[in-house]
Design a binder for this molecule. Structure first.
Ligand code: SF4
Length: 330
């Protein structure tokens, strides 16, 4: 059984938002009551619509944002306060790959200087041996030694994302959080970057949190998949189980929308997309759920193993706590 590298329990993150120029500030829950376990040397794919709290979760996991409630333990120790000396020391063991490689790189610095930056910050190696280390890191991600002397605008989108990955790997991290790492890339190079991430994760035994709205991408890299809706995980399991037999009605709709599937009926969700500023009571999915019953409007379903197969799912119907609508009517 895998040992968890990171365990998060009951995470919540709320922002204050004003409605209009003169409106009173209201609390918006980006993440609410979220539990997450990252097993050592495995990849967890976190999938959901834009605005569901995935990126906020990624930042909290790295300690870049402090949760308003809940706890995070890394390698069995509580996550230090963001910005503290202990947290900065831990940052060498946890790195992030952002969505937009051009935005993540400094246009005024060469790729070599930027890949070497974490080595300098964390005092790894000497000035003399860093060029060799940078060349090895570039080779690891499929770039040539001469790319070290180039500037970000001289590289293609795929090469830039490889450079960002080389920089993230410079400190030999144990945890890599990839936030939509392919969504800013051309379709033609997305597959190359996905293959590279899969290969590097396996070769280095990295623990990875792969955040994406694209279920196909998540399936390709992940050992487990967690589906997120409005700040909570609503289903979690092995990729094949979640993608071939989703248990939560929201996961079923997401899976049905994957293009090019034979014999799968598209489930079109009713109602508006999720709005964190207007979280429904009870199950947050109930206004759009075809299976919703009266209980769903009052009681928040707990993420727990489903009787029978142990799939983690947060749904009163999937858990057998209430009947689906046809049985209710009968
Ligand atoms: Fe739908 Fe109710 Fe399940 Fe929520 S708890 S997903 S509303 S059936």
């Amino acid at each position: 059984m895998s040992v968890p590298l990171l365990v998060a329990r009951g995470l919540a993150r709320r922002y204050s938002m004003k409605r209009g120029l003169f409106g009173a500030p209201t609390a918006v829950a980006a993440v609410e009551g979220l539990d997450l376990t990252l097993d050592q040397g495995r990849t967890l794919g976190l999938v959901g619509e834009s605005g569901c709290g995935k990126s906020t979760t990624g930042r909290m996991v790295l300690g870049m944002e402090a949760p308003d409630a809940g706890s995070i333990a890394f390698a069995g120790q509580p996550m230090p306060r963001p910005g503290s000396a202990a947290w900065r020391a831990l940052r060498a063991r946890m790195q992030m790959v952002f969505q937009d490689p051009l935005g993540a790189l400094d246009r005024r610095l060469t790729i070599g200087a930027q890949v070497a930056e974490p080595l300098v910050i964390h005092g790894i190696g000497t000035r003399a041996d860093r060029p060799e280390r940078v060349a090895a890191l570039l080779a690891d991600v499929g770039l040539r030694p001469d790319h070290a002397g180039r500037y970000p605008h001289e590289l293609s989108g795929g090469q830039r994302q490889r450079a960002v990955l080389a920089r993230a790997l410079a400190t030999s991290p144990e945890l890599l959080v990839c936030d939509e790492p392919i969504s800013a890339l051309d379709v033609s190079i997305q597959a190359q970057v996905m293959n590279l991430l899969t290969e590097i994760q396996a070769r280095l035994g990295l623990t990875m949190l792969f955040i994406s709205h694209d279920l196909r991408a998540v399936r390709q890299v992940s050992h487990r998949v967690a589906v997120m809706y409005l700040g909570r995980i609503v289903e979690e399991g092995a990729p094949d189980a979640v993608l071939h037999d989703p248990a939560h009605p929201y996961a079923q709709a997401l899976v049905s929308a994957i293009p090019g599937q034979q014999g799968v009926r598209r489930i079109r969700l009713q109602g508006d997309p999720p709005n964190p500023a207007d979280r429904p009571q009870g199950c947050a999915f109930h206004p759009r759920c075809p299976l919703a019953g009266p209980v769903c409007r009052q009681a928040v379903p707990e993420l727990k193993p489903r009787p029978g197969d142990g799939r983690l799912v947060a749904c009163h119907v999937a858990q057998g706590e209430i009947s689906p609508p046809m049985q209710r009517a009968a």
